[in-house]
Structures are given as structure tokens and as C-alpha cells.
Unconditional design. Sequence first.
Lengths: 94, 126
Amino acid sequence: MPLPIAGIVTAVELGKRAFDVIAGFSNNASMVKASSAVQDAVNVLNAVTPLVDQFAKGRDITPDDVRIALEREGAALTEFDRVIAEKSQAAPGT
Amino acid sequence: MKMLIASLFAALTLSACAVTGTALGPTPESQIVNGANSITAAATLGTVLLRNDRITAAQAKSYRAILGTADAHLKDADKTLLACRAKTGSTAETVPDPCAAGIGADINLALSIAADVKKTLDSKGN
């Protein structure tokens, strides 16, 4: 499911540019203020986007990724067991 | 006024995410991978410390037993998730995810236990 953030940021950026153009032509104080408000919104959205992307990455994990991670975990535990047995034999009672 | 409009845009964005059902959280699959990686890291560190005689075999056995508990919870979570995916036909991309809630307790336990063991082993390595 594509996240809407990128599209919303683009739309707001375009809106910002439109406000800038109109404010430039009209020299209207309220248009200048509105343009600044839209810039604030763009800044907020740009701050949010990396956080959302971070969560979105989790959606790329496949069942194969899970299987591989569990196999790697099993191998690590098995190796731990092996070294424990080795050390226990070398120094019984420790 | 500026902050009001900025806030409205931010609220609109978050509402859009809610409406589309995008959950702002990791998928069950990624949580299981995180759990597996945490246990792997703790077990690997224990192995290295034991090889270098920074911990005794008895201590290692104790940590290994605790990691076994974490592993059991992780395997339960994986089993529950696979059964849920088969039953619901959902995948990691399904939103809202019908399988997310069912594995939460087991995953949290696995992660918590692995983190505690890793933290303890980290202190042994210093």
C-alpha cells in the first residue's frame, strides 16, 4: 500500500510555489503570510516523511526473510551450545 | 495562523494514513526478524565471551537457558503468525493487519529477555 506522504508533500510544495508567485505579483500581505504558512506545513511534512518511511520499510520483510533470520538464530544458539560443551569438557565442574 | 495551517496539514496527513489503514508500526514479520536478530546477537556475544574465558561455562549455560526461553517465545510467535496468515490470507502488506495483535505478547517477551541477556553480557565484555 503506497503511502500518501510523498504525494501530499509534492502537492503542498506546488501550492507553496503558487502562493509565492501570486504573492510576488500582488504584494498582498495576507498572501505573503499564507505562503509562509504553507512553507511551515511543508517543513512539518518533510520532518514526518522519514519516520513514515522507516515504518514502511518494515513492510518489505518477506516470509523468506523471517525464515533466514530464524535459521541464523538457530545456528547462533547451536554454536553457543557447542562451545559450552567444549569448555565444560575442558574444565569439568565450571 | 501560520502554525494553525501547518497543524491542519499535519493532521490531514495523519488522517490520510489512518483512512488508508496504514498502521504506523512494524509488521509482525519484521518484529519476528528483530527478535531473531536480538537473540542471535546475544548468543554470538555469549559464545565469544566464553571462548575468550570472560565468562565461565556455568555462566554461559545459565545465559543459554534464558535465551532458550526467548527462543521459545519467538517460535510461538512465528507459529501463531503463520497460522493466522494461513487462516486470514493476509500478508505483511495487509492493512489493517489482522495478525499483529496475536503475537505481541510473545514478541515483547522474546525481545525483553534477549535485551536483558545482551546487556548483561555487554557488561562482562568490558
